[in-house]
Write a protein that binds this ligand. Sequence first.
Ligand code: ADP
Length: 483
Amino acid sequence: MKILHVAAEVFPLVKTGGLGDVVAALPPVLAERGLDARLLLPGLPAIRDGVRAQKKIAEFGPAFGAASIVIRHGRMPETGVQAYVIDAPWLYARDGNPYVGPDGQPWPDNLQRFALLGWVAAHLAFGEFDPFWTPDILHAHDWHAALSLAWLASHPAHPVRSVYTIHNLAYSGDFGLDAHAELGLPRRLFTHEGLEFHGRGSFMKAGLVFADRITTVSPRYAQEICTPEFGCGYEGVIGARRNALTGILNGVDYKLWDPTTDRYSDKLFSARSLDGKAACKAAVRASLGLDAAPDAPLAVIVSRLTDQKGMDLVLAALAQLLGRGMQLAVLGEGDPAIQEAFVVAGRLNPGRVAVHVGYDEALAHRLIAGGDLILVPSRFEPCGLTQLYGLRYGTLPLVRRVGGLADTVADASHENLQADAATGFVFDEASADALGAAIGRAADAWADRDLWRSLMQRAMARDYSWGTAAKKYLSLYRGLMAQ
Ligand code: ADP
């Protein structure tokens, strides 16, 4: 079976969040199971420079505002996964974030940038660019790739099947409906049954309406997005496609995220031999200027600093966290007001709160290795990866009961402790008080060292490797091909 994964980012070349991790990890695990899984990527600078052994396979233009567009074929570094790169410097040769400009606003030509990605995906699937390879299934990830499914729908005679994975429904990509002429899509697709969403066009809706199958990155999020609370206005559209919708939990790439082999970790450790973890904690504290308080638990955050991630709740519960003798180390960037509030909190609490603004892969690993507790109090969470990393490193996740967090962390409740199932701390209400109460329970558990150690060891034994997810994608693809 031949699968084309279409996405705007891929680790280690371009990553703004979990999407990049998933797009990097899934094709190689599918390949291990005998599939021919390839990538199609926009030629953002790091992708254009980082994909190896590129050969030009096609050139065309002008299109979508770019005078000339070259399609190259090469291989991903490390995994060797085959990748097609769209080289269109006018649209993609920009430093910084792939989706937003330096002002934090979407790039003004995102319509053209991601329409091109979708257009090339569909036409690659129609056999127009690579005479030696066409996919059986086009698998589009998030809104950036979703318009490919509208082009597939406009050519119904083609046998290509499609899957659309929602990594985050809150980012949907919208545009003026008058763009249909520029996109070259039939006008009939721009109705309420098609791309139209509240008087605008929506990339997300193209995926939701036209894909043969829709997946989300956790079973719980698949249910949640059918409700007004989590559906971002799309709950009706999604509800109508419920039979096509499945939740498949993301995996973790344990080649990158494992305390016994981590290339960034200050010291390696395992569930059997935890001494290294104490060394990791000491090293993180020393490098971030936190006090070497022997009894204080270290809570860490590696996150986009946004409302979605509940970062405002952390700020509001900070006094409770510090009041229970904890320290806090934060790595992240995002909403300028939240970012600034964390920086101020760091300044006001020297030795107890350390804040590093920015994106730093090595520090992310070091914090997750050195922390005792990782805070993920999200308002909504399609899957979440950092709590899964936390489990593997015995850095107990403290999470809100939503989406993938609810699917992967078992609260240290009386029943779960009795059943030998507890792996972290889970709370319900999106409020500082509820978060503070959970922090209080974590502090109580910390005081009981045997209990804490048993929670760590159970957490570290949890297996969220990609094998389980790969099996589910495989059976989804097989089901589609059998139709
Ligand atoms: P989302 O994709 O919604 O941001 P996920 O938990 O699914 O959240 O994935 C976030 C990914 O990005 C994880 O791999 C996490 O380690 C990484 N990450 C988030 N913020 C940073 C940062 N400031 N520096 C390094 N890595 C980060």
